[in-house]
Structures are given as structure tokens and as C-alpha cells.
Design a protein around this ligand. Sequence first.
Ligand code: PLP
Length: 364
Amino acid sequence: MSRPTKIVIDLAALKKNCHFAQSLSKHGKIVAVVKADAYGHGATDIALALAKDAAMFAVSSIEEALVLRDSGISQPVLLLEGCFSDDEYQLAARHNFEIVIHNDLQLNYIISHSLTSSLTVWLKIDSGMHRLGISPNKAFQYYQQLKATDSVDKVILTTHLASADCLDMGYTEMQLERFISSIQPIIDSSDDVELSIANSAGLMAWPDSRSDWNRPGIMLYGLSPFAEPHSIAEKLNPVMTFQSEVIAIRTIGKGEAVGYGSTWVAEQDAVIATVAVGYGDGYPRTAKSGTPVLVNGKRATLAGRVSMDMISLDVTLLDNVEVGDKVELWGANLSANEVASWAGSIGYELVTRMPKRTRREFID
Ligand SMILES: *Cc1c(COP(=O)(O)O)cnc(C)c1O
């Protein structure tokens, strides 16, 4: 009845990944990162599926947080970039959102305005990512100011790792040391300090980054955060499978070209399968000829440029390919990270940039 192009979201795999994340830090709580529509997986369905397993959710804006509230999510929701304008603070307090404070503007607002109810703030310290966060030498002063503010009932100390996905770099150790030494005066002066450091790569590969509140994103969706193969990543279960079907097959002679720009030329007689998926469905246009694609579970390769609604595959080496055969672009049997490496991208981006028109189906 309809074009066969869709993404299937496996909620059982999602829950398994979340349990695995929890098992890595038994005493830490899970802040499930569901920004950018849960990395393209559908924030409300993902959050509802994790409602029993995640202590909290994290998003990038108050609009994303309100979507979760509207769908019945009652846990606290963390705004990872804090508030962008003054009207958001009152709204955040009303809805039990927790906010990051990462600059002077945000600090000054919160210490000089009263809110209808007090909220938890996450004081973000820049330990080396150099994107958001206050300078480490201001941590104690900011903390004291926040603690003295009526509208603040709790302060969590946080930082973000820049290179936790690179296992052989000393950068993560440097960041951890810098973070801990910047908050040492706070730890010395208070007995209820809570910390949040780890993203997926930290949680999986850097035990010292595991703390009270861990913030996994990509691992929940079953994708490895690491550039290189890593045994721990084999424990993850891909959540999104991107599928379509073969809609045409032809044999072309040696020397014939395929697709726009005639960039792929048959070196011998070749069988070409046309698949109903293109960049208009979220398949990256930058994917090069040779990118693996599964047809009936077997590897074929992309031949020529990706069109808006179609791609062509060289299936010469496969037996009996027919119209209607199942095609997996990435997912349970082919990692989005591998496909991304052919497209100058990363798995994070491929799954996150799925367009609206691509139908989502949830299974559990
Ligand atoms: C996106 C994000 C995360 C999650 O990162 P992953 O690599 O997907 O695990 C954690 N913390 C912050 C501050 C983020 O912006």
C-alpha cells in the first residue's frame, strides 16, 4: 500500500542498552539524553519507553522539554544549555526542569530574581572542551553565590568530556584532574556535593568519569561512540533500522554508467538493483560508490550517486535478487557508523538527520 521506506525503532533494544548503561555505574543515576528528537529516534516514544529506567532526561531547549511534559513524562528534565531568555526561568521552575548555568548572564539572572518555586541548577565548568562552562577558577565563587540564592535548592557540578571516544589520549585524564581540582574547595566545604561528568564514551571507557549522574546519549541508541572497534561496544544493540526494498532490476553492459553524473561505470556486465530510498529519506548524499548496503541480509555496494528518492546498487555478486527484496541501509545488521565512514560523517549525524517524511515504526 505504501512506499516501503521506513525506520524501525526497537524499544526492547533501547531498554537493554539503558540497563547496560546502568550496570556500568551501579550507584550513578541515568540521565537519558533525548535531545534532537532523541537523536532522530522520536523523543516522546523513547522517553516513555525509558520512563522506568532513566532517573531523568536531558534536552537542548525548553521547547524540547515541554514536548516531554506534554506526553506525560513526569521525571525532571535537564536543559543542557540552560535558559536562552529571561521568560524561560519561571517556566522551567513551574515544570520541574533543571537548568545548566554556564555563563555570567545566566548566573546573574538566577541570583537576582525570585521564582515561584526553587529549582536545581547544574553548574557547568569548562575543564577543556572550551564550548560551554565557566572557568575552573571561578567554580567556588559561583557555587557559593548559587547556594545563597533562594530560588536555587540544589547545585550539581558538571563538566563535559571532549575526547572520551579517543582511548589513547591523555586529554580525558587532564580534564578529569582539572575538574576535580577546581571543585576541591567545594567538596571540602560541603558534604552533599553531586557530580555529573560522563557521556556514553566516558561511561563505557573511563571509570573515573562515572559519578552521581551519568549522561549517556548515543549508547542508548545502540551506536558505539568510539572511532575504533572496542569490545565493550559489542554489548550495544542498534535501535534504529533503516529499511526499504528493491523496486527495479536491470543488467547493463560493460562500460555503461549508472546514475546522475555517470560517476559509476560498469567494469564488466553488471546487475543493478534500484532501491526506494534517497537523500530525501535521510540516506546521506555524500555516501560514496562502494558503501555497503544489505540486500536480503547480504552485502551489496552503492553504485553511483545517491538521488533524492532512489539509490542504485551493484548486486552482480549476489544470487537471485528480485523486486520486493528487503534492503537494510543501516541498523541491526549493518552499523550506521560503518555507513557513515563512507559518507564523511558519523553515526550520530546519520540517525539524527532523518527527515519527517520517513515513516517511523516502533516495535518492542
Ligand atoms: C549530547 C550530550 C551528551 C550525550 O553524549 P553522547 O556522546 O551521545 O553520549 C552528554 N552530555 C552533554 C552535555 C551533551 O551535550
